[in-house]
Design a protein around this ligand. Sequence first.
Ligand code: AMP
Ligand code: MG
Length: 484
Amino acid sequence: MNRNINWNFDNSYSRLPNAFKENIKPVSVKNPELLLLNEKLASDLNLNFENITKDELSEIFAGNVLPKGSNSIAQAYAGHQFGHFTMLGDGRATLLGEHLTNKKKRYDIQFKGSGKTSFSRNGDGRAALGPMLREYIISEAINYLNIPTTRGLAVVKTGEQVFREIPLPGAILTRVASSHIRVGTFQYIAAREHESELKIFFDYVINRHYPHLKDFENIALEFLKAVLDKQIDLVVNWMRVSFVHGVMNTDNMSISGETIDYGPCAFMDTYDPQTVFSSIDKMGRYAYCNQPIITKWNLARLAECLIPLIDTNQNKSIELATDIINSFEKKYEEKWMEMMRHKLGLSILDEKDKFLILDLLTWMHQHKADYTNTFCYLMNEKIQNDKIYTDYHFKIWKNRWQERLKKEKNIQEKSIELMKKNNPIVIPRNHKIEEVLKAAQEDNLKPYLRLLEILKKPYSSREGLRDYQTLSNSNEKYKTFCGT
Ligand code: AMP
Ligand code: MG
């Protein structure tokens, strides 16, 4: 068998102390069939599929044949799930190792759904096809919306069934990430209370993700600041495109600032800050409007892990870390305001903009306006159901906005350009995602592939988008489930 697709593995994580991971191989599967291959991503990773058959690729992306040089592991981590601390770990994932590109960029290559590990608890270590296809398409959408994210490289059907409430086709997603190190990974190591392990792990993370911080006097403190900044950028971006992650447990927050672990996530359509899709999020902990608050909460959990590294005097350490965590609100507010201003084509700072923005959001909420389409309407994009914008109060607001636009310097082109960069014309509409996943599970991938192509150009106006911009006509509330 030809196994050479130009993998270039290194296994720096697997060289870390044994307590951080379990050495394990993916459990091979019966009858793998490659369904999706991300050719663009593969090419960016310098992979080469020229001399390889589809059957061989199926074996490779199912883990039946392991790449030369890989040293596969399951990573240990912990996490606060809905506020409760639990020891976790890769229960259905295997990290093959890190692939180095020609430019020596390092990426984790991970299989999700690859069989049991010592962290599986009561789970079967497997994944169903629907949720893996869902993660693949939504993470691609997030990527093309210019938001940091893990990516899908391939989806393989295993030819085996997984049993949830009913038997379902099994699948494995190959996931690419700048790493899978989570806030929860720090929590796992900190909970073991071996300071030497924490130091080894911290140095590893700095080398891998934040090498520019090495020259600072207090590296741990600078690290906390850097992660805080990255997470603020991430959550502001989610708010910009109306993404609701759905399960922002600390184990689902990446140290690198990438969106990770697409389970019950979905995009909000009609604007309601309390929007929750996840069937298990009964209290709305991870509602759209709570995402920044939860980001701060998760960062405070990270800060706790770093206390021994910040200062030998614990009280001083706590004080320094608290100051950084408390800088969250002001920084977030500034970044959020800037983002919202950009959505309205405003580049100059004006204190009164806050009222303009909040008044628009309040109007959207009161009139159940679609968040994405409202900004499309303001960009003069043709959308269906634009009657709502004949509303008297909306017109008054629009006049205020247009007056405000006049204060911008080279108005017209610049403002429109800014809006076009920040307001997607298409997002993955929930009913569309459901529709294409249903077809895919009935062996018709065409609608899925069509939607995937559409989502690759979220900011470009073109013919044939209507169907993808329209809301579902069902009155039923959209519900999502933790993707297992
Ligand atoms: P998630 O909800 O995907 O963030 O996963 C939470 C935890 O449950 C992680 O430790 C997963 O590895 C584990 N897990 C989820 N699904 C399964 C499964 N089918 N088998 C074993 N472990 C699982
Ligand atoms: Mg997770």
